[in-house]
Design a protein around this ligand. Structure first.
Ligand code: UDP
Ligand code: MG
Length: 317
């Protein structure tokens, strides 16, 4: 990024059935934008854009009203509910050509808006991507906290590179968004893709606040979907595990053969026992291994089918 200028800042906010919080959220965002405008950190072309993920309540009416009353606010409405990640992507990709930097945040004001100042400072210092990191989860319920921790552990065990305690509160520069647009995959897990973009990154800590009103729109089902998407869109480790298991069982079957033969001649066995024992272990091992080999090929097809960019150029001299 070019340093020290009045940035055109876009804030994109995915909203699903957020009628209870939108009034307050828009007020807070407006006063923040006004403050940044007066201190000449951002330009007058800056906007706040709400993405209505096809809510079933009055969310879209409220967004329309806000837009009519104040040109600071814009709106995008999806034709069908596609979930937080897709709504967010729709917002990011729609505004990227208008903005210098885009901040994504939730509609419920759990992400502390004051952190935007620090994010812009990081941009001054050369960052293209700034991650908002929760400094504590004191205010989350026990269930949310432990499920989130389990999620990060599982992700890193599966080899997915994601940033600890970072949700989708982040700033991205226009050129980072242009690179993001090159990722064409359908199963989207932004938290996994953004670190793949590279560029200069920075982190900003903030205290996660309580939801202003309404209930969490992430049901247990949606959280599980996110976790499964996160792992299966980034890792073929689950397939590798089958191969390893196949090798392990084949190895064990050798010992079983020795053991069975020994018992057959030294001990007292029913006729046919040795044959069945050896068959079960041997065939089991071969089957598992074959499954793993098929899995390896599927993993290759899977990686190819995503057609991810193989490299990203930052500068050419
Ligand atoms: N959201 C969305 N589509 C959905 C579910 C959620 O756009 O299908 C939005 C929601 O309006 C909010 C953000 O995603 O702005 C995060 O949701 P929420 O605050 O309910 O999740 P939590 O903070 O409880 O994880
Ligand atoms: Mg929330």
């Amino acid at each position: 990024m070019k340093a020290k200028q009045a940035y055109i800042l876009y804030i994109v906010v995915p909203c699903y059935n957020e009628e209870l919080v939108l009034e307050e959220t828009s007020q807070q965002l407006k006063s923040k934008m006004d403050e940044l405008l007066t201190s000449q950190v951002i330009s007058a072309k800056s906007r706040v854009v709400f993405i209505d993920d096809r809510s079933t309540d009055n969310t879209w009416d409220i967004i329309q009203k806000l837009h009519k009353a104040d040109s600071l606010f814009g709106g995008i409405r999806l034709s069908v509910n596609r979930g937080h990640q897709n709504a967010l992507l729709a917002g990011l990709l729609t505004v990227k050509d208008e903005a210098d930097v885009v901040v994504s945040m939730d509609a419920d004001m759990q992400d502390d808006i004051e952190a935007v100042d620090k994010m812009l400072e990081a941009v001054d210092n050369g960052a293209d991507i700034v991650y908002g990191i929760r400094s504590s989860r004191k205010r989350d319920s026990f269930f949310k906290r432990s499920s989130a921790l389990g999620f990060y552990r599982l992700m890193s065990a599966m080899g997915v590179n994601s940033i600890y305690n970072h949700a989708d509160y982040r700033l991205m520069s226009r050129r980072a968004l242009n690179e993001l647009a090159n990722f064409k995959e359908v199963n989207l897990f932004l938290r996994g893709i953004v670190p793949l973009l590279g560029f200069e990154t920075a982190t900003v800590e903030y205290e996660r606040l309580e939801r202003k009103a309404g209930e969490s729109k992430y049901s247990i089902g949606k959280m599980l979907d996110l976790a499964i998407d996160g792992i299966t869109s980034f890792s073929i480790k689950p397939l590798r595990l089958i191969t390893s298991l196949g090798i392990l069982i084949s190895g064990i079957s050798l010992f079983v053969v020795l053991y069975t033969v020994a018992v057959r001649f030294l001990g007292d066995t029913v006729p046919g026992w040795a044959f069945i024992m050896i068959s079960i272990w041997f065939i089991g091992g071969i089957q598992m291994l074959s499954l793993g080999i098929v899995g390896e090929y599927i993993g290759k097809i899977y990686n190819e089918s995503k057609a991810r960019p193989r490299y990203t150029v930052e500068e050419i001299l």
